[in-house]
Design a protein around this ligand. Structure first.
Ligand code: NAD
Ligand code: UDP
Length: 346
């Protein structure tokens, strides 16, 4: 880094993508819990490229080393196998707390572990933020609105959650994580941010994840039945991963302490969404859409009937709005899975 230079400099170590060379007073020590997962690994890429020092904590429950293996050995990067249910000590300036399984089959597989991860994991990471005076960002979720009676959902809506249903380990876990976060803020002055993330998709979603976007794409690429649950009239609004990462970093570096919705307001009925995915895959495979089968399966219990973010706050306070259309993002993701299938890794 040359203080006289107006242009950005990069360090180029041959094995790695070139990372920005930041002056020491701008370089942050950033901890990313859940950094080997889908969202976490994209966040790590962006923070590394921006020139920060990044430590990933992950127990590899749903994430994998390969998601961040391209950074292993880089002087700015560290990967630590650790379960956030146990305390962890490190000096850092910012904590992005993402560790938690996010897909219904995974978080319902061991509901007690899920709620422990949300409660104890968040407690431990807030304790670390308090000790090190790090700024703390919680990856919360649109699920805290439950099966919403208000549509679209603004941050001021308190939600409609079944506290003892099969989704409660996740929904209520995130709700209590938000409560803890504001408890540490009010009581101990911890500097906090809360992102309420709506359905997000993109490359590196675990193909066995069970969430709708990965299921539909993998099923269509393998010419298996595309499974629409419960008739497909329920809605979701899907955002592409790069938009979410822009929003998370903008929120962390803002002074907005209130919760902020991050999502794309492009809302689809799930049955129609299956048709959109089918057509994109058919186009890539140069097949006729009628060659793909869409089948109906039972609706999972407590499945929210509609969901769309009100993103006015993100727009006004962060100057953030999604830039990727769902179709553009789906095209990227379909090509990614196709390439992985060709190389035999999925
Ligand atoms: P993911 O399952 O791909 O990633 C979660 C990561 O956390 C994985 O790497 C997993 O191994 C790790 N992890 C889980 N439990 C842990 C524990 N006890 N200790 C340490 N590591 C642990 O899911 P994702 O989609 O990347 O989600 C990341 C975060 O974003 C989660 O907190 C999730 O609730 C939130 N979120 C995601 C979405 C979405 O659509 N992707 C929507 C709303 C909220
Ligand atoms: N879904 C579906 N087929 C699948 C997987 C999911 O129809 O193979 C439906 C699911 O019932 C829900 C929506 O798609 O209504 C989104 O499900 P996902 O698990 O991706 O996310 P979440 O329910 O947590 O929003």
């Amino acid at each position: 880094y040359h203080p006289d230079s107006n242009s950005i400099s990069y360090t180029t170590l041959s094995r790695f993508p070139p990372v920005t060379l930041l002056p020491p007073n701008q370089r942050k020590r950033v901890l990313v819990t859940g950094g080997a997962g889908f969202v976490g690994s994209h966040l790590v890429d962006r923070l590394m490229l921006l020139g920060h020092e990044v430590t990933v904590l992950d127990n590899f429950f749903t994430g994998s080393r390969t998601n961040v293996s391209h950074w292993v050995g880089h002087p700015n990067f560290e990967l630590v196998r650790h379960d956030v249910v146990e305390p962890f000590m490190i000096e850092c300036d910012q904590i992005y707390h993402l560790a938690c399984p996010a897909s219904p089959p995974h978080y319902q597989a061991n509901p007690v572990k899920t709620i422990k991860t949300s409660f104890l994991g968040t407690l431990n990471m807030l304790g670390l933020a308090k000790r090190t005076k790090a700024r703390f960002l919680l990856a919360s979720t649109s699920e805290i609105y439950g099966d919403p009676e208000v549509h679209p959902q603004p941050e001021t809506y308190w939600g409609n959650v079944n506290p003892n249903g099969i989704r409660a380990c996740y929904d209520e876990g995130k709700r209590v994580a938000e409560t803890l976060t504001y408890g540490f803020h009010r009581q101990d002055g911890v500097d906090v941010r809360i992102a309420r993330i709506f359905n997000t998709f993109g490359p590196r979603m675990n193909p066995q994840d069970g969430r709708v976007v990965s299921n539909f794409i993998i099923q269509a690429l393998r010419n298996e039945d595309m499974t629409v649950y419960g008739g497909g009239k329920q809605t979701r609004s899907f955002q592409y991963i790069h938009d979410l990462i822009d929003g998370l970093i903008a929120l962390m570096n803002s002074d907005v302490v209130e919760p902020v919705n991050l999502g794309n307001s492009d809302e689809f009925e799930i049955g129609n969404f299956a048709l959109v995915v089918r057509d994109i895959v058919a186009d890539l495979q140069k097949k006729d859409p009628s060659e793909y089968r869409i089948v109906d399966r039972p609706m999972p219990k407590d499945d929210p009937q509609r969901r769309r973010p009100d993103t006015t706050r993100a727009k006004e306070m962060l100057g953030w709005q999604p830039r990727w259309t769902v179709e553009m993002g789906l095209g990227e993701m379909v090509r990614y899975y196709k390439a992985k299938m060709v190389e035999g890794s999925i």
